[in-house]
Design a protein around this ligand. Structure first.
Ligand code: PLP
Length: 375
């Protein structure tokens, strides 16, 4: 019996050709031909925004935490149900993440929970587009305007998703994407910072180049480069960028293939939902999604554990996440939590992610799920 892994990275077949070209060009450090090609293509795919490639989404989030110029003790509101980097990037700068619950439909930050979490120290709201499905951006922006806060998008999972026709990652002032091998478009590790507010541009360039004005020097705008701000080495080398470029060219077709599998899951699992056995993923009308993930919600943790182990016995790897950050050891130490976390708890205990990629045998997986519920 063939195993179905949870994640099968999709390769376009052009990766090695572009890497070979980068090798022949002889510039292997960052900001060469492929960094330029990839970053311009990302901005083109998004329809707006200035893109800076980074070596991960985590790095882009760390750049955002510096760019926002917050002080020790300032606060950023975010969902507890997210990947650790959303919070850790801020903690590294002495900023306090303030966790709130997610909504029960999308498991994105619940806008109705945000106002209770706002204090005089609040500076920003993190819109994490879980599973590539958009947060309710109008709601978030109207709260942000009322309290003079920035909106940052953690678009790690959201390349090519849209909110009311506008690309995710281009709505908040700043946003971060991931090209980790588990994402739709990949480079092993990789990421991008997208800037939608031009006042951040000059400083971003410096922060990304170890706090120096080296990029200006390369453009001939200064006669020597020097240390001008805080920063780090946030840029990827050309080998990674060349790999990424081959993937970005195929971004639309990769997404369309994933959507066709997502649609099959959605269709085939309808009857189990009607029988009350599971709940399928819900995409709000305001969102055009990128099929980053297909998940189901079981009725209990026990049932999820049993289904997971049944699928494993059938050679199918299904997985769950996240341990809620508000209850994690570092979350308790470094962050604040406001209100109850009932929906975060449901997501963390009852959500099961099914294998999804460009080539996945949805029929076999659905068949196994049906058999589990018949037994
Ligand atoms: C919501 C979210 N934010 C940030 C990250 C971090 O991405 P990376 O692994 O590229 O640093 C991830 C990775 O899965 C994520 O899902």
């Amino acid at each position: 019996m063939n195993k179905i892994p949870f994640n099968s990275p999709f390769l376009t077949g052009k990766e090695i050709e572009y890497i070979q070209d980068a090798h022949q060009n002889g510039q292997l450090a960052g900001d060469g031909k492929y960094t330029e090609l990839s970053s311009s293509l990302i901005s083109k795919l998004l329809g707006s925004g200035d893109t800076y490639l980074t070596h991960s989404c985590t790095a882009a989030l760390e750049m955002i935490a510096i760019l926002l110029d917050l002080r020790q003790g300032d606060e950023v509101i975010m969902p507890s149900f997210t990947f650790v980097s959303t919070a850790n990037a801020f903690v590294l700068r002495g900023i306090t993440p303030v966790f709130v619950d997610v909504d029960p439909i999308t498991f994105n930050i619940d806008p109705s929970k945000i106002e209770d979490a706002i204090s005089s120290k609040t500076k920003a709201i993190m819109a994490v587009h879980y599973a590539g499905i958009s947060c309710d951006m109008d709601e978030l922006i109207s709260i942000a305007k009322k309290y003079n806060l920035k909106v940052v998008e953690d678009s790690a999972q959201a390349l090519l998703s849209k909110y009311k026709g506008q690309s995710l990652g281009t709505i908040g002032e700043l946003s971060a994407f991931s090209f980790h091998e588990t994402k739709n478009v990949i480079s092993g590790e990789g990421g991008a910072l997208v800037i939608n507010e031009s006042t951040f541009l000059e400083r971003a360039e410096i922060i990304r180049e170890k706090g120096t004005n080296r990029t200006k020097f390369f453009r001939g705008e200064v006669d020597k480069y020097t240390w001008v701000d805080i920063g780090s080495s946030f840029l990827p080398g050309e080998i990674i960028s060349a790999f990424l470029y081959s993937q970005l060219i195929e971004a639309r077709s990769i997404t369309d293939k994933r959507i066709s599998h997502w649609n099959k899951y959605h269709k085939y699992l309808k009857s189990l939902e009607l029988e009350g056995k599971i709940r399928r993923q819900i995409v709000p009308d305001f969102c055009e999604h990128n099929a980053h993930m297909f998940f189901i919600i079981l009725n209990s943790l026990d049932e999820r554990t049993q289904l997971m182990s049944y699928l494993k016995s059938q050679g199918i790897q299904a997985v769950f996440h996240y341990v809620p950050l508000h209850s994690s050891p570092a979350g308790i130490k470094y962050a604040k939590s406001i209100g109850s976390f009932d929906n975060t708890h449901t997501a963390s205990t009852c959500l099961l992610r099914l294998p999804l990629g460009c080539n996945v045998d949805v029929e076999r997986i659905v068949d196994a799920i049906n058999k589990f519920f018949m037994s």
